[in-house]
Design a protein around this ligand. Structure first.
Ligand code: SF4
Length: 98
């Protein structure tokens, strides 16, 4: 585990505050495009917050409430797979460090 005088990565991430937008997800997946591009494993691997998962039926699950808003998934997703925007004002993550 990565530990320093500020605590573990998990402890430091736990200090952040999340305001979940229960009405509108800021991430949506075009399941047909994702299936055609076999994008699921890539999204699962790239996301540091484990937002993406591959469901039993092969579709990609999205737990947008955990998103760190880093943009990594948007940078690597094949064209047309993801619709990603920042959460609505006041929603999403508020960092407690940096
Ligand atoms: S923006 Fe970052 S944290 Fe959010 S879903 Fe994409 S890769 Fe995961």
């Amino acid at each position: 585990m990565n530990t320093n005088q500020f605590g573990t990565v998990t402890e430091r991430l736990d200090r952040n505050h999340y305001e979940t937008d229960v009405e509108q997800s800021h991430i949506t997946v075009d399941q047909a495009a994702a299936r055609a591009a076999d994008a699921g494993p890539l999204l699962v691997r790239i996301c540091p917050a484990h937002v993406y998962s591959i469901q039993a039926d092969g579709t990609i699950g999205v737990m947008a409430a955990a998103c760190l808003e880093c943009g990594a998934c948007l940078a690597v997703a094949p064209p047309g797979v993801l619709s990603w925007r920042y959460p609505r004002s006041g929603m999403g993550i508020t960092y407690r460090e940096g």
